[in-house]
Ligand binder design. Structure first.
Ligand SMILES: Nc1ncnc2c1ncn2[C@@H]1O[C@H](COP(=O)(O)OP(=O)(O)OP(=O)(O)O)[C@@H](O)[C@H]1O
Ligand SMILES: [Mg+2]
Length: 392
């Protein structure tokens, strides 16, 4: 650990972002406000980030040679997606670049097998497990055995997830009977899987921790997340959980950040059990969809926090300005043409953020944020607005 001034990447420097989606776009927006220049690498000219980055290099963001060249063009390199190949980050590191998250971290968070194994190995202070019961299956025989074992251990249902490449519930199938294991293995493409026993949660939560290279850490309050059809629908900040649940959720998230030795943000998705304990679902070493609520409800957003952490700036204090609710706007809302945003904006309490993508069902097109004097007020306004847009 060291905290030399030379470890600070000052405003005016260039930040490279691998990936071209909305998370990268919002990073660019924050970077610009903080005085940094941005160089984005993404595969298509029309990607959302093209509108936000100072420079947009149209290239494969997972290509090691491209990433290595960034070492001479940017003072720090970050990613906005799990899909970025850790080999690219490794190449940039080998070329002398400062990379956050490190290739080592990226290789864990982009593969559920490594991620679950890491979580299972975490020693919680009370000896409890950090994550639910799971098995790894590389072929259909292992899949059968894994399903049988999980059902024998008391699972009511099992969710089978592709080890890599899943997002928004994609690459997942539920099974209720080990007999169906073979067909599900094939239907998911015959690739390595992680099988998880269903967790009977009463709520979902996430904690976003920011950590700098010298080990300093801060965290946003626990968010409450509601998913619909496997996709995040709404995030409430602060989530209304008992003190014990919040303390445990934050404790686990900070432990994960420390043990992973992450630099930048780590978002820890969690299930809250009926007895108030939490189990980790999954990790993201980047800004997280649930953290968008911080754009309006916190003094500094998750994007500013990520940039501060990777640039070695002092981590700003976390301020909750007002309770806030973030609601995702999926492509389904565009089924009958442009949604009626003026109606939603009429009350003056909503902000709408659109990513500039073409609509498809289930695709995240943007989000809206409502704030209020209380969580209830913000949630009521958010729900009313979502109804107005014809959401379900
Ligand atoms: N073991 C489980 N038990 C119960 N529900 C689960 C389990 N695993 C996943 N889910 C449900 O499915 C949702 C999506 O799962 P997960 O977070 O693994 O997928 P994802 O595709 O990576 O999603 P995202 O990219 O949106 O975070 C969870 O938020 C939860 O609602
Ligand atoms: Mg998830």
């Amino acid at each position: 650990m060291n905290d030399k001034p030379s470890d600070i990447i000052p405003p005016g420097a260039t930040l490279a972002i691998l990936g071209g989606g909305q998370l990268g776009s919002m990073l660019c927006e924050a970077a610009k406000r903080m005085g940094y220049r941005t160089l984005a690498v993404s595969a298509h000219e029309a990607n959302p980030i093209a509108r936000w980055a100072d420079h947009h290099l149209v290239a494969d963001p997972s290509d090691p040679a491209t990433a290595a060249r960034l070492a001479h063009q940017a003072q720090v390199i970050t990613v906005e997606a799990e899909s970025i190949d850790p080999d690219a980050l490794q190449a940039a590191e080998a070329a002398g670049a400062r990379v956050a998250p490190a290739a080592r971290v990226q290789s864990i968070v982009r593969d559920r097998r490594l991620e679950k194994t890491f979580l299972a190995g975490l020693a919680l202070p009370d000896g409890q497990r950090a994550t639910g019961d799971f098995r790894i299956a590389e072929n259909s025989q292992q899949m059968h055995r894994a399903a049988e074992e999980l059902f024998a251990a008391g699972a009511s249902r099992i969710v089978c997830k592709t080890a890599r490449g899943g997002y928004d519930g994609k690459g997942q199938r539920w099974i209720h009977d080990p007999q169906h294991a073979g067909s599900v293995f094939e239907s998911l493409g015959g690739v390595p899987l992680v099988l998880e026993a269903a967790v009977d949660f009463i709520a979902e939560a996430s904690v976003i921790v920011a950590r700098s290279a010298d080990g300093r850490m801060t965290h946003f309050p626990v968010f409450a997340n509601e998913h619909r059809r496997g996709i995040l629908h709404q995030t409430v900040m602060p989530g209304e959980f008992s003190q014990a649940t919040s303390a445990q959720a934050i404790g686990i998230a900070r432990l994960v950040a420390e043990k992973l030795d992450v630099v930048g943000l780590i978002a820890v998705e969690q299930f809250v059990l009926p007895d108030g304990r939490v189990l980790v679902n999954e990790l993201a070493a980047r800004p997280h969809n649930s953290g968008h609520v911080t754009l309006r409800a916190a003094g500094r957003s998750q994007f500013e926090m990520h940039i501060a952490a990777i640039c070695g700036l002092p981590l700003p204090p976390v301020e909750v300005l007002r309770p806030g609710v973030m609601t995702n706007l999926l492509g389904d809302l565009w089924a009958k043409g442009e949604p009626d945003f003026p109606a939603v904006l009429a009350d003056g309490h909503a902000s709408i953020h659109l990513y500039g993508k073409s609509p498809r069902p289930g695709r995240k097109m943007g989000h809206m944020i409502h704030t209020g004097a209380t969580v209830e007020e913000a949630r009521n306004a958010a729900d009313k607005a979502f109804d107005r847009l014809g959401g379900q």
